[in-house]
Write a protein that binds this ligand. Sequence first.
Ligand code: BDR
Ligand code: CA
Length: 326
Amino acid sequence: MTRASSPRQPIPVILDCDTGVDDALALLFALRHPGVDLRAVTCVAGNTDVDGVVRNTLTVLEQAGAPDIPVARGAERPLIEPARSARHVHGHDGMGDLELPDPTRAPCDVPAVALLRREILASPRPVTLVPTAPLTNIALLLRTHPEVVGNIGRIVFMGGAVAAGNATPVAEFNVWHDPEAAAILLTAGVPITMYGLDVFQRVVVPGAQVRRLRSAADPAARLAGRLLAHRPAAPEGHRDPEAGGLGDAGAVCAVADPAGLTTRPLPVEVCLAPGPARGQTVVDLRARPGESEVHGAGDAAPRPVDVALDVDVERYVALYLAAVGG
Ligand code: BDR
Ligand code: CA
């Protein structure tokens, strides 16, 4: 694969995804941005079943002319609960029903956890892990091969929400789908950025740009336009009816250009209790301890996570279009 020259060394990145319309947008950006060195892609059940995720992922890589990146099949269900797809958002095939050709190659013959371990340990520089899906593969990796932690520089995950959820009033889909896995991720002991719904839903490509992409000569740009036209993440009531949300791709923008994201180190815990708050990411925004801490009733404060609170929308849209727009 040919890359444009970059002044800094590209960041070794592994994407763990449930492709997924916006996971596909994330893959295209990771392939095309010169600051990102996409080392491997691992697949997990989420937006659709894991075999559908593998197929969609391989199709995207082939359409973008990058068939050599290793892709592995991962968990077919969460740690405890059954899989619950988001096909009502992402289409019957999980990727917008665009009638793309089936991939010509198969995934690699090792499971996702083994590929993650191999690629993380083999990387000469610390890897940035970017999960844009339920965290099942990552939790299994951390519990099976804790030695990988030493060569993970950062985990930038799409998941959670400070304010409202989408799968439930308070829980975001990726965390809600496998809350126990998300809880394991949050205690990984490496720097973590939470790219949650609060910023995820805001990064929207204007309709005029979506139209331009759809008629681009470059197949990857054209695919991005078609995916954006499916616009799974455009906020309801957006004034531009043809605008399309970048969704998961914003998390990869945050790796390539962290200055576009405003984060604060904050304690985050996942609600694991059954009931209406299950899967909620409880973000502690308080400026000082409360009565719970004063009376010593609470557990030790969780290690802070860099929680995304604001995003420079124009900057990330321009970044995406410069990389993928042809
Ligand atoms: C997340 O859920 C999926 O539908 C999207 O791909 C994204 O990763 C948003 O809640
Ligand atoms: Ca996703």
